[in-house]
Design a protein around this ligand. Structure first.
Ligand code: ZN
Length: 430
């Protein structure tokens, strides 16, 4: 969306400062998407128990049959369709696509944190009220989460992974440096025992999900895009440790062998899944795993990558798998693999997260299924169904309002008319 169209109010007062004035609030709208039933309700109301940014839903449904508590403040959003706040399962809030390749080396680490503050606001304004940050340096994602939780800065709810765990020389290592230049690599671990220790350490530092690199990737040097990078024993240990500690596991995996090994180990979400085969589809279904396929960003990377400093070999890799990933997505949808909405925002500009909806529809999902991927499915895949993903009693009053009917035309999701987080109206189009 164009940021100029959004008037953001109340952020300075959000959180602790405004708690004293907190009150129930009833939002009414012409339509509301019930993402669990997969239908649209007309003349709807959602009542939040609080408008302080921490409110949960007291009641939601058709206005005719939903009781609004006496004393509730009423806000009529008008001729819009209300949806649960959107969830992006794969972002890098501190990433900036224009600083690709070696471009980022002229900046100090805290520069990325500052960018994260800007990107968090762009993401919230785009209607994404929850994100899973799957890989950041310097515990940036934990710091952002802390500041957002306190109401210091605007942004989505963040499920942080901290550092992505990976093998020496693999996708999550700093492979762009020559051997005589040593840089810190806090996410690197090799062998089952080191990997278990790394999972424990990241949890201690604030990780709420574990991300690891199961195969090579597009933006790393010295590896192939699909080659497996952790052994079965290493993946088994990582997933077992994370699950024991109550954390889900997201695995970066493009190639078929790595995807299958990660699924066998019990990984919860397969990120990218570009070259997944029928074997992987069957395993994903049997294991109740999710695919999180970033099928929009190829357009951006190929158009802007060279200008942004992306390594020529990375562009070569993207050309090799971009189209293949979309075809895999289509086959996976047909095979009945369950999808969540993950965009890899950060490799393309933040705030454009909703652009992927149209790609998902173009390649096989119905509009309602694409919306479910970014709401109810994502809430379940996060293990946070009690908090986010649907407009039902007890969950956070996180909502986005759009013009028109997103179950017919998902492109309306790219220009939210209002964004509500925890019952608080945090952004509204003029
Ligand atoms: Zn990523």
């Amino acid at each position: 969306m164009k940021q100029a169209n959004i008037l953001v109010t109340g952020f300075a007062a959000a959180g602790l400062a405004s708690a004293a004035g907190a009150a129930p609030v009833a939002y009414t709208a012409a339509h509301m998407v019930d993402v669990i039933a997969g239908r649209v309700i007309d003349n709807a109301v959602v009542v939040a128990d609080n408008d302080d940014g921490r409110g949960r839903i007291l009641a939601a449904g058709p206005a005719a049959t939903t009781a609004i508590p006496a004393g509730a403040r009423r806000v009529d959003l008008g001729a819009v369709t209300l949806l649960p706040g959107l969830i992006d399962m794969h972002v890098h809030l501190t990433g900036d696509p224009t600083l690709s390749g070696y471009r980022g080396l002229e900046f100090v680490p805290s520069f990325a944190t500052v960018l994260g503050v800007k990107h968090a606001k762009l993401t919230l304004d785009a209607g994404f009220t929850t994100v899973r940050n799957v890989g950041a340096n310097s515990l940036d994602d934990v710091g952002l989460k802390q500041a957002i939780s306190r109401g210091d800065i605007p942004g989505p709810r963040i499920v942080p992974a901290t550092y992505a765990i990976g093998a020496t020389g693999g996708h999550c290592d700093s492979t762009e440096f020559p051997p005589d230049v040593t840089v810190p690599t806090p996410g690197i671990a090799n062998g089952p025992e080191e990997i278990r220790a790394k999972v424990r350490q990241l949890r201690k530092w604030g990780a709420e999900v574990i991300k690891f690199c199961g195969t090579g990737g597009v933006f790393s040097k010295t590896d192939t895009v699909g080659g497996q990078q952790y052994s079965q024993a290493e993946m088994d240990a990582l997933v077992a440790e994370a699950h024991m500690l109550g954390m889900k596991v997201a695995v970066h995996a493009h190639g078929p062998e790595g995807i299958v090994a990660a699924l066998k180990a019990g990984a919860d979400t397969i990120e990218h899944a570009s070259l997944a085969t029928e074997e992987a589809f069957a395993l994903a279904k049997a294991k109740s795993a999710w695919f999180s396929m970033d099928i929009y960003n190829d357009d951006y990377i190929l158009a802007e990558g060279e200008k942004n400093g992306v390594f020529p070999e990375s562009l070569e890799k993207e050309r090799a798998i971009g189209r293949a990933q979309r075809e895999t997505f289509q086959r996976a949808v047909r095979a009945g693999v369950r999808m969540v909405y993950g965009t890899d925002a950060g490799v393309y500009p933040h705030g454009q997260n909703a652009r992927q909806f149209a790609k998902m529809v173009e390649w096989g999902l119905t509009p309602m299924q694409a919306i479910q991927a970014a709401t109810v499915n994502a809430g379940e895949a996060l293990g946070r169904s009690k908090d986010v993903g649907a407009l039902v009693v007890g969950r956070y009053a996180d909502m986005v309002a759009v013009a028109g009917d997103p179950t017919r035309d998902v492109t309306v999701l790219m220009a939210p008319k209002a964004v509500i987080k925890g019952g608080e109206l945090v952004g509204q189009a003029r």
